[in-house]
Design a protein around this ligand. Structure first.
Ligand SMILES: C[C@H](O)[C@H](O)[C@H]1CNC2=NC(N)=NC(=O)C2=N1
Length: 93
């Protein structure tokens, strides 16, 4: 089991544009149309399966929200911040 991160550790490790909301880290991505968001959600799902660490993915019109927490640990761990980095790097690839 990974250790829970302190708020300072979270602040240090959180990629730009991500924010902490209680026991989750959150990022909203904007898209020019709905299906680009759907395709992005698919990509995030594939990363999640590869890492076996699964975010909430909320698909809205022209926006996708990613919400990450470590359920087993009951809060935010480096699995969440590392997943956020992976998503960012894939999004910018
Ligand atoms: C049994 C447990 O659900 C699995 O080990 C994995 C699956 N994906 C997961 N995803 C997230 N976000 N947190 C977990 O604790 C987690 N656990």
């Amino acid at each position: 089991m990974a250790d829970l991160l302190s708020d300072d550790e979270i602040d240090d490790q959180l990629p730009d544009e991500w924010t902490q909301e209680g026991d989750k880290i959150v990022r909203k991505y904007g898209f020019s149309d709905y299906l680009r968001g759907v395709n992005f959600a698919q990509m995030v799902g594939e990363i999640a399966e590869a890492q076996f660490h699964h975010p909430e993915i909320i698909i809205r019109y022209e926006e996708v929200e990613i919400r990450l927490t470590s359920h087993e640990e009951g809060g935010i761990t480096d699995k969440d911040t590392e997943m956020a980095e992976l998503i960012e790097s894939e999004k910018n690839a």
